[in-house]
Ligand binder design. Sequence first.
Ligand code: SAM
Length: 220
Amino acid sequence: MAKYKKERIAQLFDNLAAAGKDTKRKTLTSDHSIPQITSEKAFRRLELGSKDVLFDVGTGTGEKAIRAARICRQVIGIDISKKSLEIACKKAMREKLDNLVFTYSSFEEPCAELDLTQCGITKILAVYSLHHLSDQLKKESLGTLVQLLHRPGRMVIGDLMFFDEPNKYRHQFYEIGYDGGDTDFPSGVEHLTECLANLEARLTVEKIHPLVGVIVADWT
Ligand SMILES: C[S@@+](CC[C@H](N)C(=O)[O-])C[C@H]1O[C@@H](n2cnc3c(N)ncnc32)[C@H](O)[C@@H]1O
């Protein structure tokens, strides 16, 4: 199995964005694909309102961030793919949205370019992005993100996460958007729930597929 390398993943998504693809696989963009169903469920579980400030981590070309900006007070989208961010910014400008910021930073260093501690973030979204990190980095990053979240606050993760032995579903890897360990490093669902429970979140977990789910974590 390959190792997590941020630069390699950034390059991959830069290339995809430059080629006009929003995501790694064509199936990810089809309305009835598992990734798309997951993404839609995750977005809905945010239960966004007009007072919310959303932080979209691994925003890609900003589809969800732009949609959220039509509802919320403020949206901040970050990513490590500069090309994806460039596309996201152009889309936001076309939509004339002035409550939306896209900036280069990462799960590991979310405040690299913007001091997010003063933004009043009430909701955090991570769709098909967290799984690129190793288990240890996921744990550390979740801890960092939670510190940026105001109370009451909610984090929604819609992503690859193993509820079962992954090799039983090899024939479905492509369909669910999993590359088998080249640049994707999903955790067992227990790892994610344990990290979040240790951060004192109240959790609900929805299994979409044996290797994909949505976690809603609330802090009151
Ligand atoms: C499959 S795309 C999903 C994009 C978007 N969330 C969506 O649902 O359309 C994964 C995104 O995560 C970003 N990403 C990967 N590792 C990251 C990291 N360490 N920090 C921030 N973003 C990261 C990639 O650059 C890519 O844009």
